[in-house]
Design a protein around this ligand. Structure first.
Ligand SMILES: [Zn+2]
Length: 206
């Protein structure tokens, strides 16, 4: 791997134009996450490859686009060329930021997958019609998946045919929550979780 900036690594074969694109998109994504949380505190390592093999080697055998490993030492974001854009980067940076703010234990043992994904969807602009789609696909919520059944990553991603609807449902729920509470509420939630409280308690406090 070749280091092109602090904590940013690419495969040596990556064309310069793609490397430049990564750095530019990262700046845009960082600004978005900064605006969302007020400041950016996480310092994730980013590993990007010129082909799909990188994400499969460093990420997961079936991975596509981008993913974030949440280690005790911090977050590692792994990207394939298709994931080198501001939306995927902002999405993954949001996972990293939440981990940094609530801590590894709280993230691993308390945080439901739907909240983590729903929050990341709010800084990921790939799906401009997400809300309308959710209303159509679920008949205004009647057939929406139960959030309780989307608590773990395994549940959230278990059925590829349902994953998109899971994302839309998570986004719908967290968007409403964020609209009510705003950034101050999000930061209060993070402090509450970092203090070791249960997700339910922190999510419901006003
Ligand atoms: Zn995600």
């Amino acid at each position: 791997m070749k280091q092109i900036a602090p904590r940013i690594y690419v495969t040596p074969q990556m064309p310069t134009v793609l490397q430049d694109c990564l750095l530019t998109c990262l700046t845009t994504a960082q600004k978005r996450v900064e605006q969302f949380f007020g400041t950016q505190q996480a310092k994730p390592v980013i590993i990007a490859g010129h082909n799909i093999e990188t994400i499969r080697y460093f990420g997961a055998p079936n991975a596509r686009t981008g993913l974030t490993h949440l280690a005790i030492t911090g977050a590692y974001i792994v990207l394939e060329p298709e994931g080198i854009n501001s939306d995927v980067l902002a999405h993954e940076l949001c996972h990293a930021e939440l981990l940094e703010r609530i801590g590894w234990c709280s993230r691993t043992f308390q945080l439901p997958a739907w909240f983590d994904e729903g929050l990341a969807m709010l800084v990921d602009y790939r799906f401009p019609h997400a809300e309308e789609e959710w209303h159509i696909l679920t008949h205004n919520g009647t057939y929406a998946p139960d959030l309780q059944s989307l608590s773990t990553n395994r549940e959230f991603f278990s059925n590829p045919h349902h994953t998109y609807l899971n994302y839309l449902t998570a986004r719908h729920e967290v968007k409403q929550w964020y609209q009510e509470r705003g950034q101050a509420g999000l930061l209060a939630f993070c402090r509450c979780m970092a203090a070791g409280n249960s997700f339910k308690y922190c999510y419901c406090q006003k």
